[in-house]
Design a protein. Structure first.
Lengths: 180, 181
């Protein structure tokens, strides 16, 4: 078995609200997602748009914390919240054919005694430029969700554009499994 | 031939102050460490993040003042900063959560050492995130570190030190060798 294997690639032929990787095999040690993406909002935002990386069908940003170190336009800045998720920043439809890019890491994702930390290294050059390192912690599970244990193994990842209009056609994400 | 080779997996139990690899084969082109780590420091406050350091060597770990680094970092609102050092005995500031952060939270750390057998000085590029369900200053950190070992020798030895404390149980370390074309 190869050390790194592509589990699934999703290419959006049409605009979509989200991309879901479900039934993720529990046979690897680490997960990595490599993506190019853009929001399909009709206009750009002065603060860009963001993408998520929800786990285990707990798709509500209020149950995640996020901390971002980023270059934003000509400034270096920080964004932090205990009720938000962001693994990367992008622009909107007027900027195509420019798309943002991201590498998302989730280490030791099958552990049942660690909280899930989702880290994105992301960059975008367009109307509003961004480069950043974005960490996120799933700190509280939905009381009615399918997984009520934030220390559980990760078996699903959902990427959407919280605060945006959705993912633009042409966005593409590949999920990799990395063995130990 | 496979591009990626898994060289070693280290799972910490009980806590230890360092993790080392020796006699690393020269048959790859690049090295990668994927790390999920936490320290047992319970001090909190300005010590909520724990420093981890990287040392390299050929035949043994070089503990001389032969390392430099430069980091881009943040650990609170509005404080995206840069810092660095020269003449150090390690590549510094590979931040991990301490035992005063949100329970069961471990770092996501990637350490790349490209062309580790070349006759040039050895560069490393490192990203590490110490998450915490908090926005308090010092309680979380994201950092990107560029490190340099001032040696033209091939890297055969690596060591990660948890500064002044131990890596907690459940911390894991994976060393990969990656081939070029």
């Amino acid at each position: 078995m190869a050390v790194i294997e592509a589990i699934k690639t999703t290419y959006l032929e049409a605009d979509a609200s989200s991309v879901t990787f479900s039934s993720i095999p529990q046979t690897y040690k680490h997960l990595q997602i490599r993506g190019s993406f853009q929001d399909h909002n009709a206009t750009n935002s002065a603060n860009n748009f963001t993408i998520s990386g929800y786990v285990n069908n707990d798709n509500n940003y209020s149950r995640y914390s996020t901390h971002s170190l980023r270059g934003f336009g000509t400034a270096s800045t920080v964004h932090q919240s205990t009720g938000w998720i962001q693994t990367g920043y992008c622009g909107a439809e007027p900027d195509i054919p420019s798309y943002a890019c991201v590498i998302i890491d989730i280490h030791d994702y099958t552990a049942t005694n660690k909280k899930t930390v989702i880290v994105g290294l992301s960059g975008y050059v367009g109307t509003v430029n961004n480069a950043g390192l974005h960490s996120n912690l799933w700190h509280t599970a939905s009381p009615s969700g399918p997984s009520t244990a934030v220390d559980g193994a990760v078996d699903q990842i959902v990427i959407n554009s919280p605060g945006g209009a959705g993912l633009l056609r042409g966005s593409c994400f590949t999920l990799y499994g990395i063995n130990d | 031939m496979a591009v990626w080779t898994h060289i070693d997996h280290v799972a910490i139990s009980p806590p230890v102050s360092s993790v080392a690899w020796t006699s690393i084969s020269a048959s790859y082109d690049h090295l990668l460490i994927k790390m999920s780590a936490r320290s047992d420091d319970t001090t909190g406050g300005t010590s909520t993040l724990t420093d981890t350091e990287l040392q390299m060597g050929n035949g043994s770990i070089d503990t001389g003042t032969n390392y430099s680094d430069r980091a881009l970092l943040a650990y609170g609102a509005g404080n995206a900063l840069t810092t660095g050092s020269t003449g150090q005995d390690s590549i510094q500031r590979i931040w991990i959560p301490s035992d005063s952060t949100t329970a069961d939270t471990f770092s996501v750390t990637n350490i790349w050492i490209p062309h580790y057998t070349s006759s040039n000085y050895k560069s490393a590029i490192i990203t590490s995130s110490g998450e915490n369900n908090s926005t308090t200053l010092y309680y979380w950190g994201n950092i990107a570190v560029a490190g340099l070992w001032h040696s033209t020798s091939a890297v055969t030895d690596l060591r990660l030190n948890c500064v002044s404390h131990d890596f907690s149980s459940r911390s894991t370390f994976d060393l990969y060798g990656i081939k070029g074309a």
